[in-house]
Design a protein around this ligand. Structure first.
Ligand code: SF4
Ligand code: SF4
Length: 425
């Protein structure tokens, strides 16, 4: 039996033989059904067939579920103006082949007038709201250290008591002890992009001069961050090269960096994955790694598994992302004019003030709200919500279908895990 959809509720065949899942995300309902009960329910929902007396309990439960009012999903503001993603430059001291900015690297650096105008704009919006400033890698933010520290000081100076969270996502190779202490003193959270195993890190995150290795530098930075109680988050990009090694990565993390409590393994965006067993290997390896991580008290995440916790109306509400040339884009992965999707995500520009083009803004909203035809009947609809708009444009149909099968498998597994946990109490 295929997936059945009825009034935003789904009957989903489980990966476990003979079992089905009833899932109504907007009514916060999730339970197991036997194959027989699922068949009865399908006939009832799709064809109006009466539910036999021996399934009285099922009838009562379904009636109660469908009578419940649907909860709306959390509203999400497009290109939230309380949050600024900042790409200080396109300069990077590493040459990672999978970096979104790999093709776009140049020597462009944002100028201080433009940067300060964008910061003031965000601080002036809705002054009671917490503000977030994220210095993202892609250009490595610590490669322009003076500019980074100037910008952090400027935010703190201008914020005038407003609540502000500042974070830096770094490749970690330029984080010396004095820089780490500076970041600590200025309450800047650090996220490290780090591929954990020495051979994987040195291969996937190389210096342009291949004789120099990045692992030792990042490992030293991570140790310093931990020793200074900075609770860094760590994110690894999982390529076909290391896809079977996630359990080993967790073992290594625990053995060498025991203070890390939050870890993210994210699938790579790369051509040709759909022709390989990459996604199946990712699934097996990720969940094995997660079992190990749980034993060590490490919270292992992936954007797909996390999406189960937060039903949403659209996959991405876009960003307010300031690029090194002073343009504003809704997606940091399309931040250079050399990126073919740049024009699609362009929102406006900054000089001495911020200019958001209303027409471009509306175009990004409607593009972000678009779904694929297949989404309408997909049980992952409220979790995946149509997938990342950048991928939706960049991927071929075959690539996208492979990604959808993977997303659905990951989400179904999360639902089954939640049910198993609930039944164990
Ligand atoms: S479009 Fe995709 S890559 Fe870009 S910000 Fe949104 S989710 Fe991220
Ligand atoms: S998994 Fe695919 S079909 Fe399902 S909601 Fe996501 S993009 Fe749509």
């Amino acid at each position: 039996m295929d997936v059945v959809r009825f009034k935003n509720a789904f009957l989903i065949p489980s990966e476990k033989p003979g079992r089905y899942i009833f899932y109504a995300p907007l009514r916060n309902q999730l339970f197991w059904l036997s194959e027989d009960a699922a068949q009865v329910l399908r006939d009832h929902l799709e064809e109006g067939a009466p539910i036999p007396e021996r399934y009285r309990l099922l009838q009562d439960r379904i009636d109660a579920v469908l009578a419940k009012e649907e909860q709306g999903v959390r509203p999400s503001t497009m290109a939230n103006r309380n949050r600024l993603v900042i790409l200080l430059s396109q300069i990077c001291n590493l040459a990672c082949p999978y970096c979104f900015a790999h093709e776009a690297h140049s020597n462009e650096i944002i100028d201080r007038d433009t940067l300060s105008a964008a910061i003031r704009y965000v601080l002036a919006e809705n002054q009671s709201a917490q503000k977030r400033f994220i210095f993202l890698g892609g250009g490595e933010p610590t490669a322009t250290w003076e500019l980074l520290t100037w910008a952090v000081d400027y935010i703190r100076e201008q914020s005038d008591g407003q609540r502000c969270k500042i974070s830096v996502v770094s490749n970690g190779t330029l984080l010396t002890e004095s820089r780490i202490l500076w970041l600590k003193e200025h309450k800047v959270h650090v996220g490290l992009s780090f591929d954990i195993l020495p051979d994987v890190q040195n291969r996937q995150r190389p210096f342009p001069d291949k004789r120099k290795h990045s692992y030792d530098k990042v490992a030293a930075a991570l140790e310093l961050l931990l020793a200074n109680g900075m609770n860094p988050s760590v994110r690894s990009t999982i390529t076909p090269d290391c896809v079977t090694r996630m359990p080993e990565m967790i073992e290594h993390l625990h053995a060498h960096f025991p203070g890390v409590r939050g870890m993210t393994f994210e699938q790579v965006s790369q051509d040709g994955l759909e022709k390989t067993d990459y996604y199946d290997l990712f699934f097996d390896s990720f969940f094995k790694a997660r079992e190990i991580a749980e034993r060590y008290g490490i919270h292992l995440r992936n954007s797909t598994t996390t999406s189960v916790l937060f039903p949403k109306e659209r996959a991405c509400s876009g960003e307010l992302c300031l690029t090194p040339t002073g343009s504003l884009v809704a997606c940091h992965r399309a931040s250079s004019v050399r990126d073919p999707l740049y024009d699609r995500f362009l929102l406006g520009s900054v000089d001495t003030a911020v200019h958001i083009d209303p027409e471009r803004f509306e175009r990004v909203v409607s593009f972000s709200n678009e779904k694929r035809e297949a989404c309408k009947t997909c049980f992952a609809f409220w979790n995946c919500a149509g997938s990342c708009p950048n991928n939706r444009t960049a991927y071929s149909e075959a690539q996208f279908e492979a990604l959808c099968r993977f997303t659905q498998r990951m989400i179904r597994h999360e639902l089954e895990t939640a049910l198993d946990r609930a039944s164990k109490g």
